[in-house]
Each structure stands twice: as structure tokens, then as C-alpha cells.
Ligand binder design. Structure first.
Ligand code: ATP
Ligand code: MG
Ligand code: MG
Length: 397
């Protein structure tokens, strides 16, 4: 990936935008970019520098993301809407081409790391509530004020405002910024290290994609239980690479598999309510430590069909009106509205699932299900909006 059209190799101490930003350490990476902690010498603050791959396709995606992020930032001058802010953007030329760079406010660990940190046991309910509130404030802003669908909401794309480990936070740890490239060896990630990390990440993903696997024991999970009491759980929605304006949908297949709404699978057309479905999947995952749906293909059926089956096992049969609505309906369902290739479903209603599998008390299970089930309505337009959801009694505990 570190070749023409690909990632830009960065070393600690590298300068960007005529020396304004100085690379400190790598924060993460995705299919499109690497993201670095950088020191902003003009404002004496730390920022996250997202450096896009250089090929035309990635450049175009970056311009779209910058467009979306600019609207988001302009519409929220008080920075109170739980969505990441764009500080600056510029182009940077390197040996692999010209890279679009986005300067974002520096945020902490993702909700995925938070769930892993708890050994996939789930967070205490009061923490789940606080995080849900933040995400809903963000979604309400995106949907109602801007008309934007995120389209890839998942725990990786919601970041805490601070890091779990204070040593990783340059301000809390009191480190002074690196202002020039350290002497001698290459202290940035070499592409060899990069490859190793990617392999490790792939193994972790492979491990957590088994059907209803308990998820305990995945890569990087500490042995002992971890306390989250001290963690301030305010968070922000990030990664607008797949976001779109509701009146200009970009792709037919959107969302990461496990968080994908049924209307996307059936190809019925979609709107803001796909984010509400993903939101419910995230809330479930925060509370239990497990993904709500982990479909996989089997003998004689596809991943899509397994996914539809898992949804119906938890939420009941799909109403006929929904079943017949999509371009792909006939591929999956017969004329009686039953799945063609998965004939026997094991129904396990959500509240019972929570008490039986996750030892929720009967009242916790009932209240949490009452919050989640409307969001998981098979008819998208019946799902509550983020604004309506914010009024739900479950959120006020
Ligand atoms: P994807 O393949 O998911 O589309 P991407 O290339 O678009 O990825 P992002 O998801 O935006 O990249 O960022 C990659 C990673 O970098 C994130 O998962 C996160 O770990 C880290 N990151 C991104 N933005 C920030 C930020 N503002 N502050 C701190 N870390 C960040
Ligand atoms: Mg991402
Ligand atoms: Mg992205």
C-alpha cells in the first residue's frame, strides 16, 4: 500500500503544510488513509492528521469527505453536537503522489477499544446511556439540521473525547511535542511493521465473525476485568468517508455488514433510518459486549440470508409489506414470505435473550428492549428519529 497511488509514508518529526503541523505518532489507519497525531505549531495544540491515499479514487473520496466535514463544522460553531470538527485541509506531495490531508480535532479511543478493554463483558448501564445520548445528539444534528446520513455507524467510528490510557494523551501525560525528526533511525512505522499489524487486525476480525461467538479471548484482550468508572464517556461520531446527503445517495450497498439495516440488504431504498438501525446495534454491543448480528454464509445459503434469518429470530417475522418491497426480495423469500433457503428459525425474543444469555435482570431486560425494539422495526419509517429517541424514558435512567 506504500506505493504510487497508495499511502504516504510518514516519519515522526515530518512537517506538513509548510511546517505548521509536525507528525508525532500514528493513531490509526483505514482503507483510505493513515491518521497521525500532529502538533499544530500555530495554535500550540495537538490535532489528528488524516492523510489520504493518493490515487484518483481516494482523492475524490477525500474531497467529498472534506465537503461533508465542512458543512458539519460550519453548522456547529459552539462544537457541542458530538460530531468531529474539521480544522483545516491541504494537499501534500510525496513520492507516492499528491495526498489530500484533513486536520481534525484530536480525539481518543474508539468504542470498539472501550468494549475490548472491558473484555467484551459490556459496560455498566449508566455508561451505555451516556454514550447513547452523545451518539443521538450527533445523529439528530446530522439528520435533522444537515440532512446527512452517516451510512457507516459502528463502534470504530465513534471516538471518546479522551484516551483510555493517560500516557497516550500528549496533554495529560505532560510530554513536550516533538518538533523535528529524531536523529538516526527511522522511528515511524515501516511498511513491514504495518503489514504485521494488519495481519493481526485481520486475525482479530476473523475471530469475532463466528456465529454468536462469545467473543472472549480475542486479540489484545487483557486477562483481568477492567474498571471504566474513571472514564469520561463523552464521545463524537467520526469517519464521514461514506456519508451522503439524503437526497443524493451514493451507493446501493452501504454500512458495515454487522450494522447493516434490512432495507439495505433487500435494496428497498434507504434514508436516515439506516443510521438508527446501526445505532441500536451499537447500544446492544455496548451493553452486552457482543455484536447483535454476526451473519456468515453456510451450506446452501448466503451471508445476506443468514443475516435476515438472525434478524427474524430476534425480532420476529418480517411483515409481508416489507418482505416484498426490495429489488432483491425475490432472491431471498418465497411467495409466502418465508426465506427460501433457511427454513427453520429459532425464535429468541430480545428481552429473553438479554436475561438468558447475558444475565440481565428482568426489569433491565424489559426496559432496554423497550428502548431498542422500535429502532429495530423492519419498516424503516416506523423507527423513531434521533430527536424522538432522545425523549425516551430509558435514557434518563
Ligand atoms: P475506513 O477504512 O474505516 O473508511 P478511513 O481511512 O476513512 O477508514 P478513519 O476511519 O477516518 O479512516 O480513521 C482511521 C482511524 O484513525 C480511526 O479508526 C481512529 O483509530 C483514528 N482516528 C481517526 N480520526 C481520529 C481523530 N480525530 N482523533 C484520533 N484518532 C482518530
Ligand atoms: Mg473508519
Ligand atoms: Mg472512511
Amino acid at each position: 500500500s506504500y506505493r504510487k497511488g497508495g499511502y504516504h509514508a510518514v516519519r515522526v518529526g515530518d512537517q506538513f503544510a509548510g511546517g505548521r503541523y509536525i507528525a508525532q505518532r500514528k493513531l490509526g489507519w483505514g482503507q483510505f488513509s493513515t491518521v497521525w497525531l500532529a502538533y499544530d505549531t500555530r495554535n500550540s495544540t495537538y490535532v489528528a492528521l488524516k492523510i489520504q491515499k493518493s490515487a484518483a479514487l481516494f482523492a475524490e473520496a477525500a474531497l467529498h469527505e472534506i465537503d461533508v466535514l465542512s458543512s458539519i463544522t460550519e453548522g456547529d460553531p459552539s462544537n457541542s453536537k458530538c460530531v468531529v470538527q474539521l480544522i483545516d485541509h491541504f494537499k501534500h506531495s510525496g513520492p507516492n503522489g499528491q495526498h489530500h490531508c484533513m486536520v481534525l480535532e484530536f480525539l481518543g479511543d474508539s468504542l470498539l477499544r472501550l468494549v475490548r478493554y472491558r473484555r467484551y463483558k459490556g459496560l455498566p448501564m449508566n455508561k451505555v446511556r451516556e454514550i447513547c445520548k452523545c451518539i443521538l445528539i450527533g445523529l439528530d444534528y446530522l439528520h435533522r439540521e444537515l440532512g446527512i446520513i452517516h451510512s457507516d455507524l459502528k463502534p470504530e467510528n465513534v471516538l471518546l473525547l479522551s484516551t483510555i490510557d493517560p500516557a497516550k494523551d500528549p496533554v495529560r501525560s505532560g510530554q513536550s511535542p516533538i518538533l523535528e525528526r529524531p536523529e538516526g533511525s527511522n522511528v515511524g512505522f515501516s511498511s513491514v511493521v504495518e503489514k504485521k499489524l494488519k495481519r493481526k487486525a485481520r486475525r482479530a476480525v476473523a475471530k469475532i465473525s463466528g456465529r454468536n461467538s462469545p467473543l472472549v479471548g480475542a486479540v489484545g484482550v487483557p486477562k483481568s476485568d477492567r474498571n471504566v468508572d474513571g472514564i469520561d464517556v463523552q464521545c463524537k461520531i467520526v469517519d464521514f468517508g461514506n456519508a451522503c446527503w439524503a437526497d443524493k445517495p451514493l451507493a446501493v450497498e452501504i454500512q458495515t455488514r454487522q450494522y447493516r439495516a434490512p432495507e439495505v440488504i433487500l435494496q428497498t431504498g434507504y434514508s436516515f433510518f439506516v443510521d438508527m438501525w446501526s445505532f441500536a446495534c451499537i447500544a446492544f454491543e455496548l451493553a452486552t459486549g457482543d455484536m447483535m448480528f454476526t451473519p456468515k454464509p453456510g451450506q446452501g445459503f448466503s451471508e445476506d440470508e443468514d443475516h435476515l434469518a438472525l434478524m427474524m429470530e430476534l425480532l420476529g417475522k418480517m411483515p409481508r409489506k416489507v418482505v416484498v418491497s426490495g429489488a432483491k426480495s425475490k432472491d431471498f423469500f418465497d411467495r409466502h414470505g418465508d426465506l427460501k433457503r433457511i427454513r427453520r428459525l429459532k425464535f429468541w425474543p430480545l428481552d429473553k435473550f438479554l436475561t438468558d444469555k447475558y444475565n440481565f435482570s428482568a426489569s433491565d431486560a424489559r426496559e432496554f428492549s423497550e428502548f431498542l425494539l422500535p429502532l429495530l422495526d423492519f419498516s424503516p419509517e416506523k423507527r423513531p428519529t434521533a430527536q424522538q429517541c432522545l425523549e425516551h424514558p430509558w435514557l434518563s435512567g
